[in-house]
Design a protein around this ligand. Structure first.
Ligand code: PMP
Length: 352
């Protein structure tokens, strides 16, 4: 039986995508060859890469001033590549510290240059999104994390800043409508809303690159990746293909607008239960609650054994909270059907 998968990532993808991806492993487009055994320079794979890049711009409504790359090293390598590509030798960058991953981005950037943390919720164990800060033109760029996967907080709006805007959208990319043209650089590990682990998506406004005066190692140079059309070295062919299938599925099913409406309905169903059921309480500040990762805990720990047994018996998987926070976390990414959220809500109701 297929489980109700609430895993935070790698995570649920559309069942149809799994099917098409497995077919391509055995015989890609009737070639008599597996997707995994053809050259990345073959016309068949180049077409996949071209379309995987183009579909991102269509979904985000971005023009030719942006480029799309699929790289390796995960979002974690972008923690480093961002300052390498955007921070001038004597410049400084502004960051918000909103969770473990934001802190990871800050840690890496500090190895490259001067970083100011302009907003932080660390003192409150990252339970809310800081909002009271200004970022002036004296910064080379501003970096934020749109959704904090572990704590379950999400930026509902983005600040107006007088510098470049960079965002780690790993855990909520393609989940809601945004004016993507407000961002100069977006990156996201594929393994949540987009595809399998092994690729990181980078969307970058071309004219911001090449201005730091740094002599970058080749793989760390976004400009070089653009010049090589995301094929500087052998790209992660399978993650790129499965990301393409996932984005095509999204596009054919109403695009980001339709996904957003579903995501709002799923989150409301679950947060309403958390708020109305005396056995549970949410973690994140209400106004900052994530539509992707719902962190909550039991109000009475003595019910833990019964609750854990009940959700496991209902075919639910991946509900345990991250080790940094404990409790429970229900990740309800784009591919999660509302029926699975209803199964969890029913288990919570029955426990009460
Ligand atoms: N940023 C966020 C918001 C994440 O959730 C994660 C991983 N869960 C990362 C960065 C790190 O991504 P990766 O494992 O692809 O390096």
């Amino acid at each position: 039986m297929k489980k109700h998968n609430f895993s935070a990532g790698p995570s649920i993808l559309p069942q149809e995508v799994f099917k098409k991806a497995s077919e391509a492993i055995l015989d890609f487009n009737g070639m008599g060859l597996s997707l995994l055994e053809i050259s990345h320079r073959s016309k068949e794979f180049v077409a996949v890469m071209d379309e995987a890049r183009a579909i991102v711009k269509r979904l985000m409504n971005l023009g030719d001033d942006y480029e799309v790359l699929y790289l390796q090293g995960g979002a974690s390598l972008q923690f480093l590549m961002t300052p390498m590509n955007l921070l001038t030798e004597n410049g400084k960058a502004a960051y918000t510290d909103t969770g473990t991953w934001a802190a990871g981005a800050i840690k890496e950037a500090k190895k490259v240059g001067n970083i100011d943390v302009v907003g932080s919720s660390k003192e409150d164990n990252y339970s809310y999104i800081p909002k009271d800060y200004k970022v002036g033109a004296d910064y080379d760029y501003f970096h934020c994390t749109s959704n904090n996967t572990i704590y379950g907080t999400q930026m509902k709006s983005f600040p107006e800043v007088d510098t470049l805007m960079v965002c780690d959208m790993s855990s909520d990319i393609f989940s809601r409508q945004l004016d993507f043209s407000k961002f100069d650089l977006i990156y996201a590990g594929a393994q949540k809303n987009m595809g399998p682990a092994g690729a990181v998506l980078v969307v970058v406004k071309k004219d911001i690159l090449g201005k730091t005066g740094r002599n970058l190692p080749s793989y760390l140079d976004l400009g070089l990746h653009i010049a090589k059309e995301s094929m500087l070295n052998t790209p992660p062919v399978f993650p790129v293909y499965v990301s393409y299938l996932t984005l095509k599925h999204l596009e054919e099913n109403g695009g980001i607008a339709a996904a957003e409406a579903k995501n709002e309905a799923k989150a409301k169903l679950l947060y309403d239960e958390i708020d109305n059921n005396p056995l549970f309480e949410g973690y994140a500040a209400k106004e900052d609650r994530s539509l992707m990762n719902v962190s909550f805990k039991l109000t009475d720990e003595s019910k833990k054994e019964a609750f854990d047994a009940a959700w496991k018996a209902a075919g639910i998987s991946g509900l345990n909270g991250h080790r940094n926070l404990g409790g429970y976390r229900a990740s309800i990414y784009n591919a999660m059907p509302i029926e699975s959220v209803q199964v969890l809500v029913d288990v919570m109701k029955n426990l009460a």
